[in-house]
Write a protein that binds this ligand. Structure first.
Ligand code: ARG
Length: 316
C-alpha cells in the first residue's frame, strides 16, 4: 500500500518535472533540427539520399566507413539526434588534407555562405593541423556521413578575422575560399548587422563532434535544439563571470545536458529569421560540454556581417 502511494507520488512528480522542463521551449522544432529517429515525412527522401552515398562510394571508402562504424558513438552531439543533410544543406566538414581519400579525418565544421565561401571558426584554422595554410585543409559538402559520399573540395585561401584573439576567443571567425564552387550544397542566409535574436529563441546546432565531454565524434550528422541565453545571464559569476564579449553569444540550458562539443567547432548555429533558416552563430567554445550553467559559446555572426561582405565580394 505504502509502496504504491510512493510510486504514484513519484509518477506525479516526474510528470510535473517533465512538463516544467518542456514548458519554456516551443513545441514545434526547427525543420533543420528535426530528428531522423522520428517517422516524419521527408525521412524517406533522406534515407534514399544516404543510400545513394553508399551506392556511389568506392570499396575503399566503404571499408574506411565500416572501420569508423566499429565503435558506434554512445550518445548524440550532446543530447541530440541525427538530422538530414537535405535540411542542413549548408553544413560542411573540415578534414585534414594530408589524409587522402578514402579516409577522411574530420576536425571542425563550417557553413556554406557563398558558392565558393565557407564560414568557420578562426580556431579551426589557427592551429597545429591547418596553420592557416589552405593546402592543409579540405572541405566535405553534401553528405550526412562526412566519411563517405558528398564532394571533397580544395581551399585556395584562408581569411582569419583580423581581430581574432586566441586568448579571449574574441572574433572567432575565419573564411575559407574554395578552389571550385560547391555543387552538392547550398548557401545559408547570414544574420545581418541589424539582426537580433532574443533570449529564449530556439536555435539549432549541428555537427559531427563529440557526443559527450571527452568522447569521440559521430558518424552521422547530429543536431540539437537550444534556447538562446542572454549575455547578461551567461556572464553571471556561476557561468562565465564576464568572459563573454560582444562578438559572442550563448545557447544552452541552465541544467545542461544539451550542447555542441569538441569537433563541432566552426559549425552552424541557425534559427529562423523572417521564416528562413539563418546563420546566427559559429560554434566557438565552452567549459567542458553540456555542463550545468556552462552554456555553449558561439561567435555572433551579426557582428561581422560587414567583414564577411567586404571579404567575399569582388573575389569568388
Ligand atoms: N572548441 C571546440 C571545438 O574546437 C568546440 C567547443 C564547443 N563547446 C561547447 N561546450 N559548446 O570543437
Amino acid at each position: 500500500m505504502k509502496r504504491v502511494s510512493i510510486a504514484a507520488y513519484f509518477g506525479i512528480a516526474l510528470g510535473l518535472m517533465l512538463s516544467l522542463t518542456t514548458a519554456g521551449y516551443p513545441q514545434s522544432p526547427l525543420d533543420q533540427c528535426k530528428s531522423l529517429d522520428e517517422p516524419t515525412p521527408g525521412v524517406a527522401a533522406a534515407s534514399s539520399r544516404s543510400l545513394q552515398a553508399f551506392q556511389e562510394a568506392t570499396p575503399e571508402a566503404l571499408r574506411a566507413f565500416r572501420e569508423l562504424n566499429r565503435n558506434p558513438p554512445m550518445g548524440r552531439i550532446v543530447g541530440g539526434h541525427p538530422v538530414a543533410i537535405e535540411k542542413n544543406f549548408w553544413q560542411i566538414a573540415m578534414v585534414r588534407a594530408s589524409v587522402a581519400e578514402p579516409t577522411r579525418s574530420q576536425f571542425c565544421g563550417g557553413s556554406i555562405i557563398g558558392d565558393t565561401w565557407i564560414l568557420t571558426a578562426a580556431h579551426c584554422v589557427r592551429n597545429a593541423i591547418v596553420r592557416e595554410d589552405p593546402r592543409r585543409v579540405d572541405v566535405i559538402a553534401g553528405t550526412s556521413q562526412y566519411a563517405i559520399g558528398g564532394e571533397r573540395l580544395k581551399v585556395s585561401a584562408i581569411h582569419t578575422h583580423p581581430q581574432y584573439n586566441q586568448s579571449t576567443m574574441d572574433h572567432d571567425f575565419a573564411l575559407l575560399r574554395l578552389q571550385s564552387p560547391v555543387t552538392k550544397g547550398k548557401v545559408i542566409e547570414l544574420a545581418k548587422e541589424t539582426t537580433s535574436v532574443s533570449e529564449g529563441t530556439t536555435a539549432c546546432v549541428t555537427g559531427w563532434g563529440a557526443t559527450f565531454e571527452g568522447g569521440s565524434g559521430a558518424i552521422d550528422l547530429l543536431g540539437v535544439e537550444l534556447p538562446i541565453v542572454s549575455t547578461e545571464v551567461c556572464n553571471r559569476p556561476e557561468s562565465y563571470g564576464g568572459d563573454v564579449t560582444a562578438t559572442m553569444m550563448c545557447a544552452g540550458r541552465r541544467e545542461g545536458g544539451v550542447d555542441s562539443c569538441q569537433g563541432d567547432s566552426g559549425g552552424p548555429l541557425s534559427t529562423l529569421v523572417g521564416g528562413r533558416p539563418t546563420l546566427i552563430g559559429v560554434v566557438s567554445w565552452g567549459e567542458g560540454c553540456a555542463r550545468r550553467l556552462k552554456y555553449g559559446i558561439y561567435s555572433r555572426v551579426s557582428t561581422v556581417a560587414l567583414w564577411i561582405a567586404s571579404t567575399t565580394t569582388g573575389s569568388r
